[in-house]
Design a protein around this ligand. Structure first.
Ligand code: ADP
Length: 259
């Protein structure tokens, strides 16, 4: 418990710092990307400088993605929870997801009929799914399969998830057939700024953000991963109207069996 408390404090401090830098940086990027876009439209395809502008645009977009992640991480306090259908949400970002993962990765979705509703901020949940999808993509450089699944789950007294109060939950899982993670990596992935990606490719804030969001809603995130086989992240959030007893909840568990 103490460990989690210090992680929450660390995330808050880091979030405030990162938010300030990211905000200013983002304003500058808007200028770079805006003029890049303008140049693109004014350079016809045979122009010898077009490749250079394309490269600037791509790097600019990647930088915007990174600052976006920093901003999302630091803004986690401003939320507007709504009653949400996760199936609709996954559907609505399907196009963006496909574009994000590229052509070598297939996307499969298994959306449970009659899925219970969850009260959460749609932007935050989108961010959770996108962060997990980006990681899945990065874990499959040679292609593979990204699976997004939703399910209703009724938890009895502390069997599978002792951290969670008994009651009704909605589970969202994101699985990949990628490189997987060692146990040592798995114990650190939710730490802010922990990354194994090369410089400029990752902030190490994706999963810290996921953890923060899930905790906001008294949910739970767990990971199951095997090196060379793949990884599954499961996010559990309380269903709307679920009868729940007062019990401390939220947190991380690494590699639960039988999820
Ligand atoms: P970032 O993606 O910026 O590195 P994250 O917090 O999202 O930051 O992830 C931290 C680290 O966790 C990654 O650098 C990677 O080593 C590991 N990781 C996360 N998701 C996966 C996955 N699906 N497969 C393999 N490794 C992963």
């Amino acid at each position: 418990l103490e460990e989690r408390f210090s992680q929450a404090q660390k995330m808050e401090a880091v979030g405030r710092l990162a938010g300030g830098v990211a905000h200013d940086f983002n304003n500058l990027l808007t200028i770079i990307n805006g003029y890049g876009e303008l140049l693109m439209t004014q350079l016809p395809a045979p122009n010898p400088h077009r490749d250079a502008v394309v490269a600037i645009r791509e790097a600019g977009e990647r930088a915007a993605g990174l600052t976006g992640q920093l901003l999302a991480f630091s803004r986690k306090a401003i939320v507007a929870p709504k009653v949400l259908d996760f199936n609709e949400l996954v559907d609505s970002i399907g196009k963006m997801l496909r574009r994000l993962i590229g052509e070598d990765i297939t996307l499969a979705t298994f959306l449970a009929p009659g899925l219970w509703a969850v009260k959460a901020d749609p932007g935050q949940i989108e961010q959770v799914i996108l962060n997990l999808a980006v990681n899945a993509r990065d874990a499959m450089p040679k292609g593979g399969r990204l699976t997004i699944e939703t399910a209703n789950l009724t938890l009895d007294d502390g069997t599978r998830y002792p951290e969670l109060a008994p009651g009704r939950y909605v589970r969202l899982s994101v699985s990949d057939t990628g490189v997987g993670m060692t146990d040592e990596v798995q114990t650190q992935i939710f730490e802010p700024f922990f990354t194994t990606k090369e410089f400029g490719k990752g902030t190490g804030l994706g999963l810290a953000t996921v953890y923060g969001v899930v905790k906001t809603y008294s949910g739970h995130v767990s990971v199951y991963s095997e090196v060379g086989v793949g990884t599954t992240f499961s996010v559990l959030l309380p269903a709307v109207g679920a009868a729940r007893s007062e019990r401390p909840s939220g947190g991380i568990s690494v590699a639960p069996r039988g999820t």
